[in-house]
Design a protein around this ligand. Structure first.
Ligand SMILES: [Zn+2]
Length: 231
C-alpha cells in the first residue's frame, strides 16, 4: 500500500486580492495526490471573499508541505509541447525585442527557457521553490503558476521589483470565468478571472494591462502589462 502523507497543519488564508479576512465556504475538495513519496492528502476549503467576491482556497497545507509535495510530484505541470511553446513565443516576440533579457517564473524543466534562448533572448528560468535571482530583467513571463501560489500578491510584488522601468510582464492562468472545472483542478489555490488578475496587477504597479487573444492552452487566458515608470 502507498504511504499516505498528511499535512501536520493547515494554513488559513485571507483574500489574496483585497486582503479581507471575511469569506464564505463554497465547497471542500479532498484530494489524494500521487507523488513518488506516496499519496499526499489535501483538503482544500474553497471560499469566496465576502468583500471582493474572489474565489480562492484556504485550509491549505502549510508552506513546507506544499514545497515537499511539488518536490515529489510525479505530474510536472511544466511539460509543454512544441505548439504550446510556439504560441507563447509568438506573443513574447510581439512584445519584447530580441536580445533582451527574460526571466521565466515557474520554469519547471526549463523547456520554454530553451525556446527563448534559441529565439535570441537572454533567458533564465526560476522555479517556485528556487532562490530568486538578483538582477533586473527586461521582461518576465509566467505560465500556469500563479494559480498554485499561496501568496500570489507577494510573488507579484517581488517580480515587479526585478523588472526595470517599462518592463514587460506576461502571465497566463486558467480562466475561472469560462472554465471553472479546469480552474478547480487539484492543487489550484487561486481562481482568477480577467477582472481579478487585472486588479492584482494594478495593485502591484503595472499599467497598460491587456488580454492577448492567443492563450497557449484552451482553458486559460493570457495577460500582459508594463511596469509603471518610477518617477
Ligand atoms: Zn477579497
Amino acid at each position: 500500500m502507498k504511504n499516505l502523507v498528511i499535512p501536520s497543519s493547515y494554513l488559513d488564508r485571507d483574500c489574496p486580492i483585497c486582503g479581507s479576512i471575511k469569506k464564505t465556504l463554497t465547497g471542500i475538495r479532498k484530494m489524494n495526490m500521487a507523488t513518488t513519496k506516496g499519496l499526499y492528502v489535501m483538503q482544500h476549503h474553497d471560499v469566496q471573499c465576502d468583500d471582493c467576491n474572489f474565489h480562492y482556497s484556504t485550509n491549505i497545507p502549510d508552506v513546507a508541505f506544499i514545497n515537499d509535495y511539488y518536490k515529489y510530484n510525479t505530474i510536472k505541470h511544466g511539460g509543454i509541447g512544441e505548439s504550446v511553446a510556439e504560441i507563447r513565443l509568438s506573443l513574447i516576440e510581439q512584445l519584447v525585442p530580441k536580445a533582451l533579457s527574460i526571466l521565466e517564473y515557474g520554469a519547471a524543466g526549463g523547456q520554454f527557457v530553451e525556446f527563448l534562448r534559441k529565439a535570441g533572448y537572454i533567458a533564465e528560468g526560476v522555479d517556485v521553490n528556487d532562490d530568486i535571482p538578483k538582477g533586473v530583467y527586461d521582461a518576465i513571463c509566467s505560465y500556469y503558476t500563479f494559480e498554485h501560489l499561496i501568496y500570489p500578491n507577494d510573488v507579484l510584488k517581488m517580480l515587479r521589483e526585478l523588472l526595470g522601468e517599462k518592463g514587460v510582464f506576461v502571465v497566463e492562468v486558467p480562466d475561472y470565468e469560462n472554465y471553472p472545472e479546469e480552474s478547480f483542478y487539484f492543487q489550484h489555490l487561486n481562481h482568477f478571472t480577467e477582472k481579478y488578475l487585472r486588479r492584482m496587477l494594478v495593485n502591484n504597479g503595472f499599467e497598460n494591462i491587456k488580454v492577448a487573444d492567443n492563450p497557449s492552452r484552451g482553458f486559460g487566458f493570457v495577460m500582459y502589462a508594463e511596469s509603471v515608470e518610477v518617477i
